[in-house]
Structures are given as C-alpha cells and as structure tokens.
Design a binder for this molecule. Structure first.
Ligand code: ADP
Ligand code: ASP
Ligand code: MG
Length: 417
C-alpha cells in the first residue's frame, strides 16, 4: 500500500462525464489498496470565465477579490469529484485550500505555498477515505484566500505530495506525457519517457505549460517522484501499465540522456520587450532602472545593456506581457525623469523560443546551429540569453511557430531517439 497523489487538470475535469471517469480511475487505485489524495483543477475554461467576469467590472481587478473569485472554480471541482466517488461507493471528502489549510504568503494571484498541514488529510486517509484537496488555492496568515498563479494546481499537487511524503505524484493531463515540444504546435513532437529534473525545470520556466515551474521546484526540493500521464485513457486500464506510462521526472542523469544534446524546445508568448534609450553609462544605472521595476513587484527576465557610445547606452529587458503596461508606467513615471534617458521604446509582440538540454554542457556549436537555423528562415533575433543547459532568443511573435518547427527539425527531435 502506498500513499499516492493524483492531479487532474482542467480538461480532465472538463465535464460530468470526465469527472465520472476520474472517479473510476481513482476507485481503481483505491481498490488496489493505495491511499489516494486527489488535487483537481477547475473545469476547463472556468478560471478564464471567472477572471473575465472580474475584468468586466474592473480592467485591473483588485487582486484580493480576484483571488476570491478565481478560487471558486476549484471548489466546484472538489465537490463534484467527491460526489462522483461517493456515487460509485468510494468514501471521499473534499477540502478547499483554507480548510486543510494550505498556507501561502499574501502575494495575491501568484502566492507561494509556505506550509501544508497534513492532520486532516491523514485522519481521513486513516479512516479509509479518498481526500480531495482543491488545487490552485491557499490561505494567507490573515485568513485571506489566495491563488498560486495560472497552472498552479500542479504546484498544489506536488506540494501536497511533499507534505505527505507520498510515494508518487501523478499529474494526469490531456497529453500522455512531456514531449520534445508542445505537440499541438509541432505534430512530429515525440514523448519523452524520462526527462531530467533540470531539463524539466528549464522547459517549465521557459514556457512549456505542461507543468507550472513551481511544481517542478517542489519536486526537486523534496525529491517527489513525479510523473506526467494521460487522463484520457480508459480509466480501467491495468494499474501496472498505467504506472509505467507517461513521462517520469528523474533526478539522476544517465548516459542515454546525455546523448541527446537538445532534449526539448520551449516557447512563450507571454513576453514584452522594453528599451530605455540613451541612458548615461555610469555605475548604478541598472539599479536605477530595475530597482523601481522590482519595487513594483514586476519580474524581469532577460537583460541586455549595450556598449556605450558617447557616454550613453541603451538598456533593454523583458517582462511578462501581463505586466507590460505596469512596467511602462513605472519607467515613464519614475525612472526616465530620475535617470535622464532619451525615451522608452517597447514591443509586446515578441516571443521567446528556447532550446533545452543537459547535453549542451558538453557540446559546442549548439547555439550556433540555433542561430543558423533561424537565419535560414529569415527570422531576426532581437535578444539572446544562455545558461549551461539552454539558449533562448527573443523574436517577433509572428515567427514563433516557424522558429519552433525549424529548430525541432534542425536538432533532430522528430527522429526516434
Ligand atoms: P492541465 O489542464 O491538465 O493542467 P495544461 O493545458 O495546463 O493541462 O498543460 C497541458 C498542455 O501543455 C498540453 O495540452 C500541451 O498543449 C501543452 N504543452 C506545452 N509544452 C508541452 C510539452 N513539451 N509536452 C507536452 N505538453 C506540452
Ligand atoms: N484553474 C487554474 C488555472 O486555470 C489552475 C490550474 O489549472 O492549474 O490556471
Ligand atoms: Mg496546467
């Protein structure tokens, strides 16, 4: 008997019929003698609908109230799933995040989990129940409801698995694993049977929404065995077959994984590029520009400062597209008058395309093949950033799919390994 956490995403919970299938799958695991905690997302489209309602009232919705509204999607899911389980004779009990409680900080819409109390969950498991914990939500120390950022149910599930020291966290979704790139964009993409933790962390941070980045961070920090697999198979397929399916995140690098130089391609449209032109090239300039941006709680990603000409330089960086206007307001309102640059120019029609692979550590020429491939497609590179196991470029977002397809081919990812 093992304690196992299941997470089901929006599509997997998308209709009453699908929820019944989730219940059948969970019942199968329970019948095999396992203790099961389920962390579901809201039904597909529901979180968008709720946020849309809020935006009808306020263009920039009040963050506390937005979380109050957005968290309701998961509350519906947990209740429905508990009913579906009871209807087939499985004792189950649902919990909202605050009831567990799943404690978070107070950063509404992107809160971080600080601790999870396991007492109620364990008591129910000991009483033979399936426990259903709402994903995506928690409660801060003052009792306010918070949410964990889009895709946050992944993080809820892995964090619950870590808190309970679960044997495995199974992330059931609408694809049957982690692919070399998003299979909806590149049909030739191949499923990886394993992916290293470091590569998964990069893929997630660079935009592959199959797992929220913080879920991967939790998996690494607490060494939670985590597998991504399909919720759309026959819920009654044999357990041993299901346990081997999908993609396992591994914490050890084996030789086979080293042999693939590039394991995957990630991309993100959530990008915006901002340049402050002709700022004085002197000590403290990066701080004068990015200090106020950080103080406004805006995350900055790539940063480029050019060689100065006649004592001035151009300073560029990227932010999440959602925070583009807020960043521009800070720059025009506070930074420009203080540092004395010429003007702020900006473009929110850019995207980031990245190649990822631990094999890049030991191979040269990987980035240059990336640049050659993009140049052959006539795609202009606006910014570049590298780390040991990834190279990312910012390009015009109309070229995103072309760039991803061309790179997928150039690095041989459509060929069987
Ligand atoms: P869920 O609702 O189950 O959380 P998401 O929509 O958040 O599902 O994530 C699954 C989706 O992630 C897939 O449908 C796929 O389009 C997308 N995706 C992006 N990159 C990848 C990748 N490398 N491998 C698999 N899926 C990916
Ligand atoms: N329902 C939330 C969202 O749509 C959380 C999740 O699906 O993981 O972002
Ligand atoms: Mg998701």
């Amino acid at each position: 008997m093992a304690l196992i956490v299941h997470k089901y995403g929006g599509t997997s919970m998308g209709s009453i019929e699908r929820i019944k299938n989730v219940a059948r799958r969970v019942a199968k695991w329970r019948a095999a003698g396992h203790q099961i905690v389920v962390v579901p997302s809201a039904m597909s489209g529901e979180t968008n609908r709720l946020i849309g309602l809020a935006r009808e009232l306020q263009e920039q919705p009040d963050p506390r109230e937005l979380d109050m509204i957005a968290a309701t999607g998961e509350q519906v899911s947990v209740g429905l799933l508990a009913m579906a389980l009871k209807a087939i004779g499985v004792d189950a009990r649902s919990y909202a995040g605050w009831q567990v409680p799943v404690r978070t900080d107070s950063s509404y819409t992107k809160a971080r989990i600080s601790s999870i109390d396991d007492q109620r969950i364990r008591a129910d498991l000991d009483a033979g129940r399936v426990v259903i914990v709402a994903g995506f939500q928690g409660v801060d120390d003052a009792g306010n409801i918070t949410t964990l950022g889009r895709g946050g149910s992944d993080t809820s599930a892995v964090a619950v698995a870590a808190a309970l020291n679960a044997a495995e966290c199974l992330i059931y979704t609408d694809v049957d694993g982690v692919y070399t790139t998003d299979p909806r964009v590149v049909p030739e993409a191949r499923r990886l049977s394993v992916i290293s933790f470091e590569e998964m962390l990069e893929m997630a941070s660079l935009g592959s929404k199959v797992l929220q980045i913080r879920s991967v961070e939790f998996a690494g920090k607490y060494r939670v065995p985590t597998r991504v697999l399909s919720s759309l198979t026959d819920p009654l397929i044999a357990l041993d077959e299901e346990m081997k399916s999908g993609t396992l995140i591994t914490f050890e690098e084996d030789e086979k994984m080293e042999s693939a130089v590039v394991s995957g391609i990630a991309f993100s449209r959530d990008e915006a590029k901002i340049t402050v032109l002709a700022v004085p090239d002197k000590p403290g300039i990066a701080y004068s520009i990015l200090g106020p941006v950080a103080a406004a709680n805006i995350d900055v990603d790539m940063i480029v400062q050019n060689q100065s000409v006649a004592g001035t330089t151009d300073f560029s960086f990227t932010v999440h597209r959602n925070e583009f206007q807020k960043a521009l307001d800070v720059l025009n309102g506070q930074v420009l008058p203080a540092v004395g640059g010429r003007e702020v120019v900006a473009d929110n029609k850019v995207c980031k395309v990245s190649i990822v692979g631990i094999g890049m550590r030991s191979h040269v020429g990987v980035a240059s093949l990336m640049f050659k491939t993009l140049s052959e497609e006539g795609i202009n590179i606006q910014m570049i950033s590298t780390s040991e196991i990834k190279t990312s470029v910012i390009v015009d977002d109309k070229y995103m799919e072309l760039a991803v397809r061309a790179l997928h081919k150039a690095f041989g990812l459509d060929q069987a390994a």
